[in-house]
Design a protein around this ligand. Structure first.
Ligand code: IPE
Ligand code: IPE
Ligand code: MG
Length: 245
């Protein structure tokens, strides 16, 4: 692909990796087969995002609502996560990727938590792509927890209610310190947020594709980046190159 002008590359891309189950079904296979195939797409997409100049890539890997799925499927998803972390730790580090997780990760199986901590610690000083995994994540729960913590800080006299500004709220969320996503990609045709980064996506550009996640390739990512480059982000303002009256 011709390299996009750096000014048009989204700094933060968030992806809802959807459609593993339907893709597997279409192949006459069980849902878990779809998750296995989906997990294999992650490596290439992470690499392609970094090469394109994206600074932060947030992947929605497991929502808080996904706990409602059968235990067999949930267990398979977390064992795939551990395999991914084990397999990729060296390569991620070599590529200068910094890993971080968001969400209620204390609910994850202990081996998952340990591997996440290990990869986070190993890659913490890297200055390449920041890879954020959303695990047991819920935008509303993250906001509720932020509100509880802000209320506690007010009660302890650490902050006054009028000190609570937009930036304060951002700083109490698990995405603290990250820029808001510029581009959201959701695969598999669904056009909803499914409780992902609700506060952070106030001005995010949305890109929906019918491609199921196990078939989402670096070329599909580049297509999304190309479309993003053509979008006109106004943030409520007007373009100043045309007369107002
Ligand atoms: C996305 O694929 C993976 C997770 C939600 C963990 P799905 O499992 O949601 O696949 P569909 O939407 O049922 O096809
Ligand atoms: C959203 O996908 C969560 C992830 C991709 C991890 P779902 O498949 O769980 O979302 P719904 O249920 O279709 O809204
Ligand atoms: Mg789904």
């Amino acid at each position: 692909m011709s390299r996009l002008s750096q000014a048009k590359v989204p700094e933060h891309v968030a992806i809802i990796m959807d459609g593993n189950g339907r893709w597997a079904q279409g192949q006459g296979q069980a849902r878990v087969y779809g998750h296995q195939s989906g997990a294999q797409r992650v490596r290439d997409v992470v690499e392609a995002a970094g090469n394109a100049g994206v600074k932060v890539l947030t992947l929605y890997a497991f929502s808080e609502e996904n706990w409602r799925r059968p235990a067999e499927e949930v267990n398979a998803l977390f064992s795939l996560l551990v395999s991914y972390l084990k397999q990729e730790i060296d390569q991620l580090h070599e590529n200068k990727v910094r890993l971080r997780s968001i969400g209620f990760t204390d609910k994850l199986p202990p081996d998952c938590q340990e591997w996440l901590k290990l990869v986070e610690a190993r890659t913490q000083n890297n200055d390449g792509l920041q890879l954020v995994l959303a695990l047991s994540y819920s935008g509303r729960s993250d906001l509720v927890r932020a509100m509880q913590r802000m209320a506690a800080a007010v009660k302890e006299g650490l902050i006054a209610p009028e000190d609570i500004q937009e930036e304060t709220v951002s700083n109490y969320l698990s995405t603290q310190g990250l820029p808001d996503p510029d581009l959201l990609i959701r695969t598999s045709g669904e056009q909803r947020l499914s409780n992902f980064l609700l506060w952070e996506m106030a001005y995010t550009e949305f890109y929906f594709t019918r491609v199921h996640w196990p078939e989402f390739s670096p070329e599909h990512l580049k297509e999304a980046l190309r479309e993003y480059a053509d979008r006109d982000r106004r943030f409520g303002a007007v373009r100043m190159d045309k007369p107002v009256c």
